[in-house]
Unconditional design. Structure first.
Length: 50
């Protein structure tokens, strides 16, 4: 069984659209290096910052 990690120990990134930090999620396990936005809403609104 996998050992659980505390939320504070998870890697984090800062969203370029809203500027908020967001933490690693299990669903992003295989693509964490490619994840740039904290949510679908920020991903859709990225054109205003790119």
């Amino acid at each position: 069984m996998a050992r659980s990690r505390k939320k504070a120990d998870l890697p984090t990134k800062v969203c370029p659209v809203c500027g908020r930090p967001f933490a690693w999620r299990k669903k992003w396990e295989k693509v964490w290096d490619e994840v740039r936005y904290c949510s679908e809403r920020c991903r859709r609104n990225r054109k205003s910052t790119d």
